[in-house]
Design a protein around this ligand. Structure first.
Ligand code: ARG
Length: 563
């Protein structure tokens, strides 16, 4: 149950919407005064009284009940305590009911609504590098989170499969490439050819590359066959990485798909009087909005990345009739998306406001040996392999007798990379450190995975103990804290979706694991004082284990049975 909404409903403050009031109510860091608190200084503006006075008046008018057992006013804060047994009973009831359906924290709030998510969006024949980590795992997490909330989700990999670079690649391949080498070396071999072309290119080679690109565009068979081959090598390479990261897509329509749709888009812009000529190029003037012009066609008539995105947005609306269309793309493209959304708005598309640029910061490596300095590319594949290797050696040291260590190391190593990218607020730049990400006692996925394994081994020992069935108990501090953090899960999932911030779920995982571990250390579970307590503790352990698994699952992280 949503306690904050319950309190907001009871407070019923005139001039303030229920939801707004609900969002003002917080969980205080020190819960000795209350389980929830309303900072009244935020109300002073509306109620024109001092926070202290407001808190006292509200406290005096508040009727405690079976849910909220006490209210106090302290220094302009209104503190609420919830009734422990009531909380416990409600949680268990809701948890059981939800698990019988689609899982605790799931919802049907998205029923009938479609969300398109554009993420990972790789470039054909280019390295799949550490810079693609965030878009891939953030997009994948949002995909699952929205799905869990009942939305129909369309995952789109907007491939970078159009541009003059493909002419260069064909030219390079024809000069230096060997079929067997490229088959064998795949994306690495293709990338080497491309890099070599760029470092050795002469005027003449550039002209040749332009000609090859023209041949691709005009449908020349050989040029297109080569290009399709490069494309399929790239995709089979990235798909292997997607599998390891538990990422999937519903559409791989890339930039080239939109080429034949561009004339119609240009025509619409012209009809709406939005197109102007500037130095031979066709542009939409965005000066009144403080932005540089949106270039639709270059002076040679060619389209741009932005033009293809405009065509793609119109196509997506028409095809999916989305309620929201998310673009999980680095903040370097902030301006691009501001311009794109503005042009859609100027075209009179009311849904332009449903377009969201989910921007994120940069990831770099702490480890000097693999730094991107000197232009060296850090391939994502190498980061994942290295993390798995490190996980394997840590596990070998900690638990030499562990069976199935290879699979476990895979889950731990991959999990550390995903969690490392998702733990912080997405807009922050992050420096990834293998040692920090694989610290068993840190704010890490392996800590959470380990907690799950610990819970699983307790549950194994309690196989024959029935679950708690509402018998009278009075929950102690540890049990109470655990129920509280577990009850916060559904709200956390919803908030993460609304803010496009999977980090909220990652943080919840660490919080919940910490609270569980305190409970585990301080309370006897298997040898509980009474039979009722053993049942209760088993129930809480099971709820923790399932919900942590669920939460990590939403982030794309698996949980080994044993560790
Ligand atoms: N391929 C692009 C890049 O690497 C990202 C594409 C993002 N999606 C989009 N619809 N613009 O920068």
């Amino acid at each position: 149950m949503d306690y904050r909404a319950y309190i907001a409903e009871k407070l019923n403050i005139e001039g303030l919407a229920r939801e707004e009031l609900r969002d003002l109510i917080a969980v205080p860091p020190d819960t000795s005064l209350g389980d929830y608190a309303l900072p009244c200084f935020k109300l002073a503006k509306i109620l024109h009284r001092s926070p202290a006075l407001i808190a006292e008046e509200l406290a005096a008018g508040f009727q405690t009940d079976a849910v909220i057992s006490s209210v106090t006013a302290v220094n302009g804060y209104l503190n609420f305590k919830v009734d422990r047994l009531q909380l416990l009973e409600t949680f268990c009831k809701e948890f059981t009911a939800a698990e019988e359906k689609c899982g605790y924290g799931s919802s049907d709030m998205g029923a009938g609504k479609t969300v398109c998510i554009d993420y990972s969006s790789v470039n054909i024949a280019k390295p799949f590098h550490i810079g693609h980590l965030s878009t891939t795992v953030l997009g994948g997490a949002l995909y699952r989170i929205y799905g869990y909330l009942g939305y129909n989700v369309v995952g789109i990999n907007h491939l970078g499969d159009y541009g003059t670079q493909f002419g260069k690649l064909i030219s390079a391949y024809k000069r230096w490439g060997k079929m067997e080498e490229v088959e064998k070396g795949g994306i690495h071999a293709i990338n080497d050819l491309y890099v070599r072309f760029n470092s050795e290119a002469t005027e003449e080679m550039e002209a040749e590359a332009r000609e090859y690109f023209r041949l691709i565009e005009s449908g020349d068979r050989e040029a297109n066959e080569l290009f399709s081959w490069f494309k399929s090598l790239t995709l089979s390479y990235v798909e292997k990485i997607y599998d390891r990261l538990h990422i999937k897509f519903d559409s791989y329509l890339g930039e080239s798909f939109y080429i034949d749709k561009i004339p119609a888009v240009v025509e619409t812009l012209r009809e709406k009087g939005l197109l102007v000529e500037s130095q031979g190029a066709q542009v939409v003037d965005l000066e009144p909005f403080g932005m540089p012009p949106f270039i639709v066609l270059r002076s040679d008539g060619a389209s741009l990345y932005a033009t293809r995105d405009l065509a793609a947005a119109l196509y997506r609306k028409q095809t999916y009739d989305f309620a929201k269309c998310l673009y999980v793309v680095a903040y370097q493209q902030n301006l691009h998306f501001m311009q794109l959304f503005k042009v859609l708005e100027l075209m009179g598309m009311p849904w332009a406001r449903d377009m969201v640029h989910v921007a994120y910061g940069m990831v770099s490596l702490e480890d000097g040996a693999m730094s991107t300095r000197k232009g060296k590319v850090v391939w994502l594949e190498d980061v994942i392999s290295r993390s798995i290797e490190k996980a394997a050696s840590i596990l070998a040291e900690k638990n030499p007798a562990l069976a199935g260590r290879e699979d476990i190391a895979e889950e731990v190593g991959v999990g550390a990379v995903i969690f490392g990218a998702l733990y912080n607020n997405k807009i922050k730049d992050i420096v990834f450190s293998y040692d920090k990400a694989l610290n068993f006692d840190g704010e890490t996925s392996v800590y959470v995975q380990y907690t799950c394994a610990r819970a699983a081994s307790v549950l194994e020992r309690l196989k024959d103990t029935p679950l708690w069935n509402g018998e009278a108990v009075s929950p102690n501090e540890r049990e109470f804290e655990l129920v509280k953090v577990l009850s916060a899960f559904p709200d956390t999932v919803r908030a993460a979706a609304e803010a496009y911030e999977p980090s909220m779920i990652a943080r919840w995982c660490v919080d919940a694991a910490q609270v569980f571990n305190k409970f585990y250390i301080d309370c006897r579970i298997v040898n509980a004082e009474t039979e009722e307590l053993r049942r209760l503790r088993k129930t809480l352990t099971e709820a923790t284990s399932r919900t942590l698994r669920r939460a990590l699952g939403l982030l794309g992280i698996g949980v080994p049975e044993k560790m």
